[in-house]
Design a protein around this ligand. Sequence first.
Ligand SMILES: [Zn+2]
Length: 107
Amino acid sequence: MGTTTVVTTVCDLCNTQTVSTNRDTPDLELYEVFVGVWNPYCDSYPNRVGHFAHWCRPCCEKTGLLKPIARGDLSAPAPSPVTPPTIEEMLRELIRDETHAVLQGDV
Ligand SMILES: [Zn+2]
């Protein structure tokens, strides 16, 4: 008879909660967020004071602590790299623009 481990993860900021039976990869990935102070010139206790919380990825992204992950379609083909125009292409476009301006009477 096997034992099933149930893991409950809760974001301390938005209170999103998930219950998972997989201990290694819970459904809700949490990040430890902390803020604290430390005086490097003081040896007396308490020299370090910190506050810790566990936030989900969306909360970390909303607050700017983590960069958003591109959630596009991974099966979509990657965009082709942008290649700079050649001199010939730039000259053609310049001539085309100037010709168009002359024909429109803008010059
Ligand atoms: Zn959250």
